[in-house]
Write a protein that binds this ligand. Structure first.
Ligand code: NAI
Ligand code: MG
Length: 375
């Protein structure tokens, strides 16, 4: 049996609550499906920062590179500037490990109340470009403290970066309803965004079964609220994808259920799996955190490691606990984090899965889709 080595960074705030909850479920699933998962815990994050002045050790990336996947909770603390926590840990991992795809499923689940009046099911995959775009280090500040102080921040789009995100999104759309929506703002941002549009359009032409619609992001935000069920796959730049995925998860009910995968599709480096939400200092330590986003990210990790049946089993289990009305407070349920986790563990034991599982159940692309992206 091959052992899969998983680096675990619970991080800060509710990361320390939802990660152990999800790992308990992953271990139960691993036992049932005879998987060998080896978890190694790294106590990096804001506490580490307060002791060492950095979010992770100097050789942190080298240590992580020895693993098959990374399972992360959240980083961010009121005591550490957010730019330090993000640029000291998560962004270096995403960039150095070329995790250029951030895949974020947005899906209605039974037992999770949507704030929308409509009960039409929503099932969207957001493909966020994860390595470049608006989150760039190019820029600076001049004349600090003077009346004419100025700040400049450059957006970087490369043909390689945009086309590989578009390839990934179009190949996913080809396995679904064939509808790809590209988030743009080329009316206001006149250099980078028309370039984004051109490259996405050229790339999508290679997928004859896929229809591309380019939507201005302000209109797309309204679309996500008014008729989200008409959307299939969205491809978006780093910033726009970040914003749209928080909006999408809120439209389906709660940011607490939203999962994500930071993928290096070529498999040259470990990919990272984390919920969309942050460390939620407002509810940390109170047992209120919803662990579904972390558990669902765990299911995506199982899929990525080549265990689609186990992934489906975990997904079925938390969906069944939600369906029974046992969710946490943010989804209108009565449970604490640990009560909900106990319900999921019971569901894992109770569920009998059919032998043939649907390979796309957790929203992860199958291997051929991932391989379609150019290197
Ligand atoms: P947040 O996602 O932590 O919280 C936003 C709101 O959603 C809060 O009211 C929170 O209580 C609620 N919420 C979030 N996750 C929940 C869950 N699992 N269950 C129930 N309720 C949940 O975003 P916020 O407040 O903007 O950021 C807090 C910190 O997290 C900041 O330091 C920020 O930089 C960091 N952050 C880190 C991320 C990461 O590690 N990937 C992503 C986003 C924010
Ligand atoms: Mg975000």
């Amino acid at each position: 049996m091959t052992t899969h080595k998983i680096a675990v960074i619970a991080g800060d705030g509710i990361g320390k609550e939802v990660v152990p909850a999800a790992i308990e479920c992953l271990e139960r699933i691993a036992g049932i499906h005879s998987l060998s998962l080896e978890f190694t815990y790294f106590g990096w994050g804001s506490d580490y920062y307060s002791r060492h002045g950095r979010m992770m050790p100097l050789d942190g990336l080298e240590q992580l590179a020895l693993h098959d996947a990374i399972f992360l909770g959240a980083v961010g603390s009121p005591d550490v500037p957010d730019a330090e926590s993000l640029w000291g840990l998560l962004i270096p991992i995403r960039r150095e490990f070329r995790q250029y795809i951030n895949l974020r499923p947005v899906k209605t689940l039974d037992g999770v109340r949507s704030p929308l009046a409509s009960t039409e099911p929503i099932d969207i995959l957001i493909v966020r470009e994860n390595n470049e775009g608006e989150y760039s280090e190019v820029g600076g500040r001049v004349y600090r403290g003077l009346p004419h102080e100025a700040a400049v921040q450059e957006t970087i789009f490369t043909r390689l970066g945009v086309s590989r995100a578009a390839h990934f999104a179009a190949s996913l759309a080809a396995t679904r309803k064939g509808r790809l929506t590209s988030a743009t703002k080329s009316n206001g941002i006149i250099h980078t965004m028309p370039f984004w549009d051109e490259v996405v359009e050229e790339t999508t032409r290679l997928y004859p079964g896929v229809t591309l619609t380019s939507e201005l992001v302000d209109a797309l935000a309204a679309h996500l609220v008014l008729k989200p069920w008409t959307l299939d796959v969205i491809v978006a730049s780093n910033l726009l994808g970040d914003i749209l995925s928080d909006l999408g998860s809120s439209v389906t009910g709660s940011i607490g259920v939203a999962p994500s995968a930071n993928l290096n599709p070529e498999g040259d480096y470990p990919s990272l799996f984390e919920p969309v939400h942050g460390s939620a200092p407002d509810i940390a330590g109170k047992g209120l955190a919803n662990p579904v986003g972390q558990m669902w990210s765990g299911a995506m990790m199982l899929d990525h490691l080549g265990f689609p049946v186990a992934a489906r089993h975990l997904q079925e289990a938390f969906e069944s606990a939600l369906r029974e009305g046992l969710g946490t407070r943010d989804v209108g349920g009565p449970s604490s984090t640990s009560e909900f986790t106990a319900a999921v563990l019971a569901a894992i034991d109770a569920i009998e899965l059919p032998a043939e599982a649907d390979l796309l159940i957790s929203g992860m692309p199958s291997a051929p889709a991932a391989a379609a992206a150019p290197s």
